[in-house]
Design a protein around this ligand. Sequence first.
Ligand SMILES: O=C(O)CCC(=O)C(=O)O
Ligand SMILES: [Fe+2]
Length: 349
Amino acid sequence: MPVPSYPPFPDNVPTHPLFIIDHELIKAGDPKEIERLWEAATSLGFWYLKNHGTENEVDAMFDLGAKVMSLPLDEKMKFSQGDGGKSFGYKSLGSNLIEASGLRDAYEDFNIAKDDAVSYPSVTHRTYPTPINDAMQSVVAPFVRKSVEVTKMLIDVFNDKLGLPADELGRRHSITEVSGNQARFIRVPSNLPLGKTARGHHTDFGSLSFLHNRLGGLQVLLPGTETWQYIKPIPGHAICNIGDALHILSGGVLHSNIHRVLPPPGDQANFERHSVVFFLRPGNSVLLNALTEESSLIKASVDRAEPGRFTTGTTAGEWHSRRVKYRRAINQKDPQSWVAGQGTEGKIY
Ligand SMILES: O=C(O)CCC(=O)C(=O)O
Ligand SMILES: [Fe+2]
């Protein structure tokens, strides 16, 4: 399907500029480009990635996402994540909180485990609706495989820059270990009431997010301020960001930034907002503690931070499940339930 033609992102709305990193140059080991990537990852932790070679797979995923989201609600609910902290499957509109006060979100998403895409037709975690099954080998698995390749290459660059022994990060993201790696389709309804937040502020749970946007709405909180700014989508450019796992493993050297999703600005608000993401996460058994023994740079950063800040003592699997479970509105028993869903943005773990 051709990319729908949307109204342009309005030019009277402030946006936050990001580094544009050329994946081809990174692959070729270009020292200047590696320096720019490092600067992006250690400052805001967000950057555009161009020439990532996944453009066709991403377009096919947008088409599949539209098909999956247009299934009847009762069909999607047959594949629900449930409320126990599982992140593969369907999350319905309004089932999460966007803030402690009890306000609900305005987005739905459908998540496909990397492990299920790769093992199909064998089931590793769970089953999926027919349109996903039909496209698992032709659309989902190629997108997942390329996304893993792209994100793992960036992780190898961070491994070197952090002064870690070879493959310390890579082996914690082994493709063969069961993990929370997943592809996600997101839909935000059109014409939401003015001032409504679609997806509440959060940091991402995993290591690296590889996000594809066609409409505006994504905003970042500028560190140390109360200012939110839009990230303007650029055709063919992915948006990458560091998540909590890499933030913790690197002792805070890599930055996991708070972001949220608002309805698209200007005339774009008249359209449903679809996005596609791949989340690279550590293997479920990986301990989320800073790698201080393995890198003096990481140790120095941890030594400057408050004690315990980068020692969670929990595994990536536990971390992920806790955060998913306690964002669910139904699991809010007391004020502590909201706090239990927080990641590095909450500093409480
Ligand atoms: O849809 C977007 O632009 C961002 C989604 C997001 O932040 C997430 O799924 O973690
Ligand atoms: Fe996110």
